[in-house]
Design a protein around this ligand. Structure first.
Ligand code: FES
Ligand code: FES
Length: 160
């Protein structure tokens, strides 16, 4: 079957790739483009480990077809830090030991960043609600929620 040619923008970089009609965006990111930060936890839209943004909207890349990226703007965990500086959320996760495993952390960070872009002053309930789509099988939610709240406060202060 003929491959589909996709022209998209990923983390600000114009990007082109070929995919099959049934390929997920997660497949394209990991297997074709070498962007392995987005992880496959479940592959069925339940865990959030594959979270990316598409046109600024938080989506599960395992549920999105790669061909749907055509003409769209995508951001992944690889675009979160500047070359010489972590995103404030990444820095806070590190400092406060808001630990998740390597499968869960990228999705949590992408989701938290998306929340703070929409709502710079979320309540704890809003943070917990927003991260409800990011499932881990072990622990860590309290520290993560606290880290997101503290980052939001720091970013509001920095924006004054
Ligand atoms: S891998 Fe996409 S939601 Fe779990
Ligand atoms: S931190 Fe990844 S499964 Fe719990």
């Amino acid at each position: 079957m003929a491959k589909i040619h996709v022209s998209t923008t990923i983390n600000g970089e114009p990007t082109e790739f070929l995919c099959d009609a049934g390929d997920s965006m997660l497949d394209a990111l990991r297997d074709t483009l070498g962007l392995t930060g987005s992880k496959e936890g479940c592959g069925t839209g339940d865990c959030g480990a594959c979270s990316i943004t598409l046109g600024g909207r938080l989506v599960c890349s395992c549920l999105m077809l790669a061909a749907e990226a055509d003409g769209q703007e995508i951001e992944t965990i690889e675009g979160m830090a500047k070359p010489d500086k972590l995103h404030p959320l990444q820095q806070k996760f590190l400092e406060s030991a808001a630990l998740q495993c390597g499968i869960c952390t990228p999705g949590m960070l992408v989701a938290a960043k998306s929340l703070l872009e929409r709502n710079p002053d979320p309540t704890e309930t809003e943070v917990r609600f927003w991260l409800a789509g990011n499932l881990c099988r072990c622990t860590g939610y309290d520290k993560i929620v606290r880290a997101v709240m503290e980052t939001a406060a720091d970013m509001r202060e920095a924006a004054r």
